[in-house]
Write a protein that binds this ligand. Structure first.
Ligand code: SAH
Length: 366
């Protein structure tokens, strides 16, 4: 991304930085130094980069900037969940959520403005799709969160895990998402392990194979139904990649690595997909796939007609899975008092695509 004449260095990964420095007649090792200053130390001020010569710093100030999107809202929920609204240059806005838990902190990152997949139970999907986020806009979410949160009392990192589970479908913004993940994994940047970065997908089958080939991080798949008729309704992408093909791709994803598992997400919708018979069907479907299941209580948003399953129904469903030996966790709903829970992220999508012209249904918008 060019900001006027200047290059935004947040928009460059290691190779991009090497090209940038080559372009101004500098050696490639400058890229490693810059990666550290920006991402490991969280700097945006060239003057503070003490291992660069005065001349080089002056040069950088003329040609480059380190400029994340502006934070226009910063909300803290009663349970410690924190949500930031980021204003993008074109007037759109996206949300990022930090979820502290015992011994870890998870940052939930957005990858698109809006979403094209139109899942019927998701607030983001109801707004339509506007555009992909740039590399700078994706990695800035981690950069900003790290700066805002600082380190813990013992110097420990606040963000230990990243999930690409915010607004958008990460595998439909593949190149920028992979470039951002590479920075997350880079030892000179955030140094996260592959296990601690999770891509969540509604099931873009060919891109799942590509992700495995290029950048095999942890995978979560939004399944939500055990038969194609219902899944077609909940996740319209299923008409293109039905359950059988999706599960075959999941098997390929974990093949050859005994420690790997796919996380299957399953939103609990009262009277829709929460019957014990459906739990049994889920057990049969996942047979032979190293899997764990996350049951997500449905989080409501304005104008939805879905309701969350009763707690007893969720427990019954979970017990049926556990009895069959499936590792199952019921996700706690976090940050719902600030509309920061799964499926409630809305940000602000400027009208562009025809579907975005519907009356505003934004949950978390100002
Ligand atoms: N497009 C990706 C990532 C974004 S959604 C995907 O589909 O996986 C992240 C998770 O939140 C998905 O499992 C999604 O199905 C779930 N979700 C969406 N809306 C929800 C809602 N209203 N309540 C609970 N979970 C929801």
């Amino acid at each position: 991304m060019n900001t006027g004449e200047k290059t935004n260095l947040l928009d460059l990964g290691r190779r991009g930085l090497e090209d940038f420095f080559a372009g101004i007649g500098e050696k490639p090792y400058r890229a490693a130094q810059m990666l550290q200053w920006i991402h490991q130390f969280g700097l945006d001020d060239f003057d503070a980069m003490t291992n660069l010569s005065k001349e080089l710093r002056a040069r950088l100030k003329e040609t480059a900037v380190i400029r994340p999107p502006a934070v226009t809202q910063d909300q803290l929920a009663a349970d410690g969940t924190r949500k930031w609204l980021l204003q993008l240059d074109d007037g759109n806005a996206v949300e990022t959520v930090f979820i502290p838990e015992e011994g870890r902190g998870t940052l939930c990152v957005s990858t698109q403005v809006g979403c094209a997949l139109n899942c019927s139970f998701c607030a983001t999907g109801r707004q339509g799709f506007n555009r992909n986020l740039t590399l700078a806009e994706i990695i800035s979410q981690l950069w900003l969160a790290r700066r805002a949160l600082g380190a813990g009392p013992k110097g420990e990192r606040a963000v230990t895990n990243v999930v690409l589970m915010g607004m958008g479908e990460p595998l439909l913004n593949f190149d920028n998402v992979v470039a951002a993940i590479e920075i997350m994994l880079d030892d000179l940047a955030y140094g996260l392990s592959r296990r601690r970065v999770t891509v969540s997908t509604a099931g873009v089958v060919p891109m799942m194979d590509r992700l495995r080939a290029t950048c095999p991080v942890s995978l979560a798949v939004s399944l939500h139904a055990t038969d194609d008729a219902l899944r077609d309704e909940l996740v319209p992408l299923n008409r293109k990649y039905p359950i059988r093909e999706l599960l075959a791709a999941c098997k390929r994803y974990v093949a050859g690595d005994a420690r790997r598992r796919v996380t299957f997400e399953y939103v609990m919708l009262a009277g829709v997909n929460d019957d014990v018979a459906q739990a049994r069907a889920l057990v049969r479907l996942l047979e032979g796939i190293p899997a764990k299941v996350n049951l997500i209580p449905f989080n409501p948003f304005p104008h939805t007609s879905y309701r969350c399953s009763a707690p007893e129904a969720i427990d019954r469903f979970r017990d049926a899975l556990m009895q069959a030996g499936l590792m199952t966790v019921t996700r706690k709903t976090r940050g719902d008092d600030i509309a920061a829970a799964c499926g409630q992220l809305a940000g602000r999508v400027l009208e562009r695509a025809p579907r975005a012209r519907r009356p505003a249904l934004q949950a978390g918008s100002p």
